[in-house]
Design a protein around this ligand. Structure first.
Ligand code: LMR
Length: 352
């Protein structure tokens, strides 16, 4: 019989036929995302499962993924209850992508329905401490939608991906300084995952030496910053499709950090603000965080921000408030229920 420790670690992936999932699933199947060596159950969301060709391909893929050796069970389903039931974590990848010349926020309305539906199902079926990572764009505001539909999950159960921007930052700074990008510490992306994102190197170091000591200030703010902000668009225009392997890799490392803790390392996540950095509580904003061994996220306050980046902090915030206003009607669902309840009370004179 399984002890609790050996119970399966259940991972759900939406958008499983897309290109990010095409990179992510084999890495999960190799055991690169793992919690206490528990056997892994992978649940894949496939929308048109009734298509025989699709089903055949899925069976082939499942067999191949199983052969990597870390997975004990794979389920492919178009049913959200089956997909999210008892899951420990979820990668919400499935979304309509933007066209290379469009901003990410242009797909907000087309994608909002997907995240509303998934939020409702997660609230009903996922483990109460499930970790939900939103990757589909515009990821911060899609995460806000999911967060608002999952009131019964533990606080901070929904985050959005900022690690993609962070690995881009480390790669560019590492190449400039000729040092291994992965060894750069305390580099993190802040704000919205958009062209107003704030790539913060002001606290970054390599072998305990501040990075900026060796980087000219004008290179940092005039060259580095805009190139990181436009990196997604640049890759999209060149490849004629959005980034996939780097998105998958950063999503995997985001989830690993969340599930297993960062042991004091500062990373970046889109999390509901606690009011720090002047951002209204609840807005999903890219912030520096650490994660403890129990998966609890702590926002690190008072990190240095370059004065030249204050503008983008403001623009990111303004954008997120504007995106929120466009889907406000979807976020007010709880208020609607309370109003219904009030009416019911009026119709029932007996004190409740
Ligand atoms: C990225 O930054 O590469 C992704 O968000 C995809 C995109 O639309 O740019």
């Amino acid at each position: 019989m399984y002890s609790d420790k050996n119970s399966p670690f259940r991972i759900a992936v939406t958008g499983s036929t897309g290109s990010i999932a095409g990179h992510l699933m084999p890495d999960i199947a190799k055991g690169l995302l793992n919690k206490d060596d528990r056997p892994i159950e992978l649940k894949l969301h496939v929308r048109n499962i009734d298509d025989p060709l699709q089903t055949q391909k899925m069976i082939g893929l499942a067999k191949e993924l199983r052969d990597h050796g870390a997975i004990t069970n794979i389920i492919a389903t178009n049913d959200l209850e089956e997909l999210f039931e008892d899951i420990d974590c979820a990668f919400l990848l499935g979304a309509i992508p933007r066209k290379p010349d469009q901003p990410r926020s242009s797909v907000l309305e087309p994608n909002a329905g997907i995240f509303t539906e998934q939020g409702r199902a997660l609230n009903e079926f996922a483990k109460r401490n499930a970790k939900i990572l939103v990757v589909g764009n515009p990821s911060n505001t899609n995460a806000l939608i999911v967060d608002s539909y999952t009131p019964d999950l533990e606080p901070n159960s929904v985050t959005s991906l900022m690690q993609l921007d962070t690995i881009r930052m480390k790669a560019k700074a590492g190449c400039k300084l000729d040092i291994p990008p992965n060894m750069i510490e305390n580099a993190f992306a802040m704000g919205n995952h958009s062209e107003n994102m704030v790539p913060n190197l002001d606290n970054a170091s390599y072998r305990n030496h501040p990075l900026l000591e060796n980087l000219p200030d004008d290179w940092y703010t005039q060259n580095f910053t805009p190139s990181i902000q436009k990196r997604g668009q640049e890759i999209g225009s060149l490849r004629k499709k959005t980034s996939s392997s780097s998105a998958a890799w950063s999503a995997l490392s985001h989830m690993n950090d969340w599930v297993n803790g960062t042991q004091g390392r500062v990373i970046s996540m889109g999390v509901p603000s606690n009011g720090s950095y002047g951002i209204e509580e609840g807005v999903i904003f890219g912030l520096p965080v650490t994660v403890d061994d129990n998966g609890r996220i702590e926002i690190i306050e008072d990190m240095k921000i370059n004065p030249a980046h204050e503008y983008f902090m403001g623009e990111s915030y303004r954008e997120l408030l504007e995106e929120r206003s466009r889907i406000e009607h979807l976020l007010n669902h709880e208020q609607e229920q309370v109003m219904d309840l009030d009416l019911d009370i009026e119709n029932h004179p007996t004190p409740i």
